[in-house]
Design a protein around this ligand. Structure first.
Ligand code: ATP
Ligand code: MG
Length: 384
């Protein structure tokens, strides 16, 4: 069983690449479910069919669904929601404000994750491909399994406090079903899913990007945050590449810019494999076109496989009380090394190639204290 998650900035082609990957897996004979966790669904447009919470078979072996988080909250979590808004109102909040605040932070992410967990555990599929929302939201989603324990304890805590001190007043608001019993159960599911997401033989994270400056920065941020959470990328997919040459001057200048950023991508994501897809002239909106795109990207490779098997890429650790960022750079002989920080970006110049890393929040504003290169790892120490 494999879980494949595509991440990246808005509009880069996550939905298209996810749908294309799922189609390729299905046509190789694997049973695959593609699931959209983005509230702004566009998976249905990519296949040209209607989708809902219940998976439908788009073609042989290819199942698709869209998670509808808000409907799920209304249907199954409504009691918890009204309970919270009642407590907030009891504490003096205005009704509208209370209702808005009562959408517990993390609830949407938790619901999406439970769908991934359910599909992965169902035994119905060889692969589950997740078409996620743009970076920020998906990072919250992926950080969720780790914080869920804290979160459910907190909810449980509020609940027992409310029962202890305000039971007579609150009794009319108390949920009829005991949803609090569900919390530990969900906690178990979250723990299990977290283990699955961190297991490289099960879960694969891939970043989709275009040869453009801001998009590359966002993709590097994806890499940094995945590493922080203990998740690993196995490939970068560069989408919407223009043809290498054009007789048209205007188009050629756009191509030249793209070529420059393609080189930046090759340096920055080294040693990860990079897969490429050209800018299509027709819309990619049916399984045949999606399959063609997958052929262009992956060729003979099966996109259900783990595409980068080396475990080492980038790690952040505390060594003797100091942060050390390690970058794995195999087969690089360092003759000239220069490390600089520019805002939230770490620029590493090695010989004549430049690698850029987006710093996680804990490192922003710190100075580097030194760097050494050992056994293919560049270790950069940050001052406290
Ligand atoms: N290789 C390609 N050639 C031509 N058009 C493409 C290609 N890849 C994606 N597109 C088009 O670009 C648009 C954005 O693609 P898509 O919806 O897949 O991106 P996304 O990253 O999922 O966006 P969002 O962040 O909004 O979910 C769509 O109209 C899609 O059809
Ligand atoms: Mg999308």
């Amino acid at each position: 069983m494999r879980i494949i998650l595509y991440l990246g900035k808005g509009g880069v082609g996550k939905t298209t690449v996810s749908a294309s990957t799922a189609t390729a897996i299905a046509r190789r004979g694997g049973r695959v479910l593609i699931m959209s966790t983005d509230v702004a669904h566009s998976l249905a447009d990519a296949f040209g069919v209607e989708l809902s919470q219940t998976p439908i078979e788009v073609e042989k072996n290819l199942f698709a669904m869209e998670v509808n988080v808000l409907a799920e909250i209304r249907e199954n979590w409504n009691e918890l929601y009204s309970y919270f808004s009642s407590i907030l109102m009891h504490d003096g909040a205005d009704e509208v404000v209370a209702e808005e605040l009562a959408i517990v932070p993390g609830m949407e992410e938790m619901i999406s994750l439970r769908y991934i967990w359910k599909a992965a555990k169902s035994g119905n599929y060889d692969a589950v491909v997740v078409d996620a929302a743009p970076t920020g939201e998906t990072m919250r989603l992926l950080g969720m399994p780790e914080s869920y324990g804290w979160y459910s304890d907190k909810i449980g805590g509020w609940h027992s406090k409310a029962i202890g001190f305000a039971a007579p007043l609150l009794s009319k608001f108390m949920p009829k079903k005991n949803i609090f019993k569900l919390m530990p159960e969900v906690n178990e599911h979250m723990k299990e899913l977290h283990g699955m997401l961190q297991d490289k033989s099960i879960t694969t994270f891939r970043v989709v990007l275009n040869p453009e400056n801001m998009v590359i920065k966002e993709a590097l941020r994806v890499q940094t945050y995945l590493n922080l959470f203990g998740y690993k990328l196995d490939a970068a997919i560069v989408n919407k590449i223009l043809p290498a040459k054009s007789g048209d001057k205007y188009l050629q200048s756009l191509i030249d810019i793209q070529q420059k950023y393609l080189r930046v991508i090759e340096n920055c994501f080294f040693p990860l494999p990079i897969f490429r897809a050209g800018q299509a002239t027709a819309e990619v909106i049916n399984p045949d076109r999606l399959y063609e795109l997958s052929q262009e990207m992956f060729g003979d490779k099966n996109p259900a496989d783990v595409l980068y098997t080396n475990d080492r890429t980038q790690t952040l650790e505390k060594v003797d009380g100091k942060y050390v960022l390690s970058l794995y750079l195999p087969n690089v002989e360092v003759q000239k090394l220069n490390v600089n920080i520019k805002g939230d970006e770490l620029l590493v110049d090695i010989n004549n190639f430049r690698k850029s890393i987006m710093l996680p929040n804990v490192l922003i504003g710190r100075k580097t204290e030194g760097a050494d290169f050992e056994a293919g790892n560049l270790n950069i120490t940050f001052a406290n």
